[in-house]
Each structure stands twice: as structure tokens, then as C-alpha cells.
Design a protein around this ligand. Structure first.
Ligand code: FAD
Length: 458
């Protein structure tokens, strides 16, 4: 039986970063991945979507360049070439991850991992025999999978795809129906609309992207050109490319499409690898973990989407580091614990949205008195120069009324994804309005508007 210090099941962001950090700390690590190193994020999630969005942005910039004095008549895009670029990016990054693991001395095996309990993991290599490996510590990083809701006509429907299927379509659909207006549905709706698809999104809630501040979600929604939203509508049936839905008032309607994207969410992968059988504590949301990512089983940690806590790659990274710190503390109880109050999120697209901390609605629900200010991105010279004067964009900042502590920053508009880390740092470090006022930010940048909004608070 092969012996290791740590065995990691799942080679996505949670698993591979844990392996890398443990390797750097000279631990003997076995990383077990049954599909592709990099997991959902690198192969069918964050990276391929952002690569295609980058191609679509380049296309739109070329098409709309005239107002910036740049003429490019007859601009067109080539979906097959965009796909080839996407594959090249994914492959190069995947090779980069593999090279890093190798450099850290991590042993990688392509196979199905199965938790046997008592520090043992069975690894079944495709077409090969099963081998049992042993370690003092095991990290579960099995990720998540798309949910296919039990809507009549969806299962075995050749026209219905999830995000993984949509990223691989041979051609851009003329009409795309999207079931679900969450972050994945919205990002893909925006991408295909930019490429000329007629897109219709059917969302059960009253607004898109449930974790967005309610003042900003409509701004993003209106910015998604070419996308029609049916809010507060429940899909009742799908027949081929026809999506039947009903409004709350009971009115029935349908969306006709060539392709139907199922984007109602993702579910942690908790079955099929011996977790239940080993007695792992599972909640409906995922594997139950404490603040050090420990599970109820001694010597077993869980990180990333499988915990169901945040379903974001960067949360998986941080969870991996917290679990690794605890493993390296060897039972001493690491002081490095998981905190969730400053996890930023982003909706990528032609117009971006991002945020961190509390929304105004959450602050109200907690009974937390806050002061708030919203400033248009048109306050930024850089934003206007690069996006024109009609592009949507705003920053909303909230601070606790009594202490002045910044508790929420929400952005819509270009560069939101690149600005939000600074906002996360403000919240994580518990900076106050006064602290932020004393910061010097580079000019001309869009991030200056965060500071402007803070000045507006008083
Ligand atoms: P995963 O990346 O899902 O990796 C789990 C791995 O475990 C998989 O490779 C799987 O094959 C393997 N595995 C499972 N069971 C076993 C087993 N028994 N044995 C061996 N291997 C096993 N997040 C962001 O932060 N930003 C984004 O922009 C973003 N965009 C996204 C876009 C899309 C379309 C999708 C679908 C997701 C996106 N996400 C994004 C979410 C992000 O991909 C996940 O949060 C992230 O991948 C979670 O990492 P993980 O390591 O927990 O799991």
C-alpha cells in the first residue's frame, strides 16, 4: 500500500492549490483527478467563458470603434477560431498547473478516488486495477455539477444543454433560451447576444443574479443588449426548442429557441466516492465543515464547491490554504481560519458587475444602520474616454452608520472585476470611511470612483 502525507481527491482550484501549497511545504502529496486537471474552473468554467467573452468584446470593440475614430469596415467573427483560441488558452494553462505541481513534487494520478475511511483512499485508474493509498490527511475537493431540474421535456432533449454543452456548440445559435438568470445564465446570455443570438432568459425570481444589490441588478440587466428577460416566470415544460413558462399571475407564454441553456445552478458532488458510506456529515448544501475546513471525520478536510458554501474558484483557493494550514499545524489547531464576509463576486461580460460585503437589503435584514452613496462611473475621465458617455456604470458604497466601517461595495460597469479586490481589502481589513478618504488612488482610473463614493457618504 502506497503511503503519502496527504491525498487529495479532485484536481480543481481547491484540490490543485492545496497540492501546490503542501508540495511547497515538502509534504508527500497524491493528487487524484478523474477528468482534467484544473477542474470545472479551468476546463469548462471560469477560463473558457472568459476567453470567449474576451473574443466577443474584441469583436464589439472593432464593430463599434467608429465613435473612437477607428474604422474597421466588414468586421466579422469566426466562432471556430474563437473556439480554437479558447482551447489553446485552456490547454496552456492546464499544462502550467501540471508543471507547477510537478515542480513542487506532487504525485498526480488520473483516476477515480474513493474514500474508504481510516486514512485510506482507493484509486481506480481508467481501464486499470484499483490501488489503495494511505495518508494521515485526506482533502475532499470533488467540486460541483450542473443541476438539471425535473422540468417535463428537459431530460434527453437534444436541444437542451448545460453550460459545458453550450461552450462546445459547433455554431452560434440563432435563438437561445436560457432557463435561469443567475450568474452563469447571465454571462452566457450576454456572450451569445453579443455574437448576434436572439436571447431570452426565463427567471423565476423577480430580478436576475440574486446576490446582487437590488439597485444595481436592473442596471446590469438593462445593459445586456439583445437579451430579453422574463422575470418572475416559471418554466413549466420544454418541447424541443420551445420553452413554456408561466408568470406569477398565471399567464402562459413560450420562448422559441434553437438551443435551450439549463442554468439553474450547481450542486456539490457528494455521492459516488464513498463519502456517505464513510459516515461523512452532509447537509443538503454539501459537506459540513468547520472554520478550518475539517469535516466530522478525523483526518478528512473538504474544500471548494463540495462544501456548497460559495461555489467560486477564489473561495476554493482560500479554503485550500486554510485546510493546508490546519494540516501543517498537525493537530495544533491553525489560527488561519475561513472568513466569508469579504468574498468578492463578479459577473463578467460586455458590462461587468462585481461586489463584496453586504447588499443594502442584507444590511436592512440584519438591522444594521448604514449610510450609502452611489456615484456614476461617468465621474471617471478614464471610464468616459474608453466607454463613451452613454455606457452604464456606477459604484455603490455602504458604511456602518455608527463606526464608519465600510460594509459593502457594489459596482456595475467596465473594470468592475479588477476593482473589486481593493473593495474586498477594505472590508476584510475593516477600514472606515476616514481610512479610505486618506488613501491615494491612481489617476485617471475607474477605481477612483470608489473613493469618490466614500466622500459622498458624509
Ligand atoms: P471543481 O473545479 O469542480 O473540481 C473538482 C474536480 O474533482 C473535478 O475536476 C472532478 O473531475 C474531480 N473529481 C470529482 N470526484 C472525483 C473523484 N471521485 N475522483 C477523482 N476526481 C474527482 N468561479 C469563479 O470564481 N469565477 C468565474 O468566473 C467562474 N465562472 C464559471 C463559469 C461556469 C460556466 C461554471 C460552470 C463555473 C464557473 N465558476 C466560476 C465556478 C468555479 O468553476 C468553481 O467554483 C470552481 O471550479 C470550484 O473549484 P473546486 O476545486 O471546488 O471544484
Amino acid at each position: 500500500m502506497a503511503e503519502h502525507d496527504v491525498i487529495i481527491i479532485g484536481g480543481g482550484p481547491g484540490g490543485y492549490l492545496a497540492a501546490e501549497r503542501l508540495g511547497a511545504a515538502k509534504r508527500k502529496v497524491l493528487l487524484v483527478e478523474r477528468a482534467s486537471l484544473g477542474g470545472t474552473c479551468l476546463n469548462v468554467g471560469c477560463i473558457p467563458t472568459k476567453t470567449l467573452i474576451a473574443s466577443a468584446k474584441t469583436y464589439l470593440h472593432a464593430k463599434e470603434g467608429e465613435r473612437f475614430g477607428v474604422r474597421a469596415p466588414g468586421v466579422s467573427f469566426d466562432w471556430a477560431a474563437m473556439q480554437a483560441w479558447k482551447r489553446e488558452v485552456v490547454e496552456k494553462l492546464r499544462n502550467g498547473v501540471a508543471a507547477k505541481e510537478k515542480a513542487r513534487g506532487v504525485a498526480m494520478v488520473g483516476g477515480e478516488g474513493r474514500l474508504l475511511g481510516r486514512g485510506e483512499v482507493e484509486v481506480r485508474v481508467a481501464g486499470g486495477a484499483a490501488e489503495v493509498h494511505r495518508a494521515r490527511a485526506i482533502i475532499l475537493a470533488t467540486g460541483s455539477a450542473p443541476v438539471w431540474p425535473p422540468i417535463p421535456g428537459l431530460k434527453d432533449n437534444a436541444r437542451a444543454v448545460d453550460s459545458t454543452g453550450l461552450l462546445e456548440v459547433a455554431e452560434v445559435p440563432r435563438r437561445l433560451a436560457v432557463i435561469g438568470g443567475g450568474v452563469i445564465g447571465v454571462e452566457l446570455a450576454g456572450l451569445f447576444a453579443a455574437l448576434g443570438s436572439q436571447v431570452e432568459v426565463v427567471e423565476m425570481m423577480e430580478e436576475i443574479v440574486p446576490f446582487m444589490d437590488r439597485e444595481q441588478a436592473p442596471v446590469l440587466r438593462r445593459a445586456l443588449k439583445g437579451v430579453t428577460f422574463r422575470l418572475g416566470c416559471r418554466v413549466t415544460q420544454v418541447e424541443g426548442g420551445t420553452v413554456h413558462y408561466a408568470s406569477k399571475e398565471g399567464t402562459s407564454a413560450r420562448a422559441e429557441a434553437d438551443l435551450v441553456l439549463v442554468a439553474v445552478g450547481r450542486r456539490p458532488v457528494v455521492d459516488g466516492f464513498g463519502a456517505r458510506e464513510a459516515g461523512l456529515d452532509l447537509s443538503p448544501g454539501g459537506v459540513v465543515v468547520d472554520e478550518r475546513m475539517r469535516t466530522n471525520l478525523p483526518g478528512v478536510w473538504a474544500v471548494g464547491d463540495v462544501t456548497g458554501k460559495s461555489l467560486l474558484a477564489h473561495t476554493a483557493y482560500r479554503m485550500a490554504e486554510v485546510a493546508v494550514a490546519d494540516i501543517l499545524a498537525a493537530g495544533g489547531g491553525s489560527r488561519n481560519v475561513m472568513r466569508y464576509q469579504a468574498v468578492p463576486w463578479v459577473v463578467y461580460g460586455m458590462t461587468e458587475a462585481a461586489g463584496v460585503g453586504l447588499t443594502e437589503q442584507e444590511a436592512i435584514a440584519r438591522g444594521l444602520p448604514v449610510k450609502k452613496a452611489t456615484v456614476s462611473l461617468k465621474a471617471s475621465g478614464r471610464f468616459c474616454a474608453e466607454n463613451g458617455f452613454s455606457a452604464p456604470g456606477a459604484v455603490k458604497v455602504m458604511a456602518e452608520r455608527e463606526s464608519g466601517r465600510v460594509v459593502g461595495v457594489h459596482l456595475v460597469g467596465a473594470y468592475a472585476s479588477e476593482i473589486v479586490w481593493g473593495a474586498a481589502a477594505l472590508i476584510e481589513q475593516e477600514l472606515t470611511v476616514r481610512d479610505v478618504k486618506e488613501l491615494i488612488l491612481p489617476h485617471p482610473t475607474v477605481c477612483e470612483v470608489v473613493r469618490d463614493a466614500v466622500w459622498e457618504l458624509e
